[in-house]
Design a protein around this ligand. Structure first.
Ligand SMILES: O=C(O)[C@H](O)[C@@H](O)[C@H](O)[C@H](O)COP(=O)(O)O
Length: 232
């Protein structure tokens, strides 16, 4: 469906601009159907955006925040995306939002993925807003090159839901929404910063296999236009 580049002078300006856009999208969803859903990614990039969004005066009790993907670690782990969101987004006005975790203290990641998928199904689809990140290897969500279930995760025929993923460099087993769950978000955003990530994006935009750089699946096949937010 194509991509739109939103370039900012610096990370602080991007954080405010993206927070305004997301707040407007969430408020519009609430106005239209009384609730809104937001799926965010972890990593180091989104912290300033999370903090800017947390201050927005929207009807947060009608918003459910969840994660694009999660590491199979408890929320008190410093590797936890749940912890990252709790510490940076679910603060101030946004503390009133609902949160749907992907991690559950189950015997293995498969059981946690099934539980998370059942809970996520009740949210309805598509997500009103989905914020993707990208690694320097071209992964997004937990769609890692060489991932244990990458083909299944990227397959448009794979039902919406949460699945496990393991990959070299991913650390712990991952829990991730599928491509089909994310690709038709009302507002689909790729948030990257720095020249290095811009160069990785340029490589991903060139011909090549999706399995080599899984972000290509979103660039090429997402139903929603991919809104790329970038600052040097
Ligand atoms: O759990 C995660 O790590 C993320 O969901 C992952 O997909 C992230 O968005 C990229 O790895 C970029 O991470 P950085 O922002 O740290 O570069």
């Amino acid at each position: 469906m194509g991509e739109v580049l939103h370039q900012f002078e610096n990370g602080a300006a991007l954080a405010q601009g993206l927070a305004d856009t997301v707040a407007n999208a969430l408020s519009a969803a609430i106005a239209a159907c009384g609730k809104a859903t937001l799926a965010v990614s972890g990593g180091s990039t989104p912290k300033a955006f999370f903090r800017a969004l947390s201050t927005k005066a929207i009807d947060w009790p009608k918003v459910t925040v969840t994660l694009v993907d999660e590491r199979f670690v408890p929320p008190d782990s410093d590797r936890s995306n749940h912890r990252l969101v709790t510490d940076n987004l679910l603060q101030g006005p946004a503390a009133a939002a609902n949160f749907l975790p992907l991690y559950h203290p189950t015997e293995n990641a498969e059981v946690a993925a099934r539980l998370a998928g059942e809970q996520a199904a009740a949210l309805g689809s598509p997500f009103d807003v989905a914020i993707l990140g990208m690694g320097t290897d071209g992964h997004t969500a937990s769609f890692f090159p060489g991932g244990s279930r990458l083909a299944e995760a990227l397959d448009p025929a794979t039902p919406c839901g949460v699945m496990t993923m393991e990959a070299e460099g991913a650390g712990e087993p991952r829990l991730t929404f599928t491509f089909s769950s994310l690709q038709d978000a009302g507002l689909l955003v790729l948030h990257i910063e720095g020249q290095g990530k811009k160069d990785v994006l340029a490589k991903a935009e060139a011909p090549g296999d999706e399995a080599e750089m899984p972000i290509r699946a979103m660039l090429r096949r997402a139903a929603s236009p991919l809104q790329i937010y970038w600052a040097p």
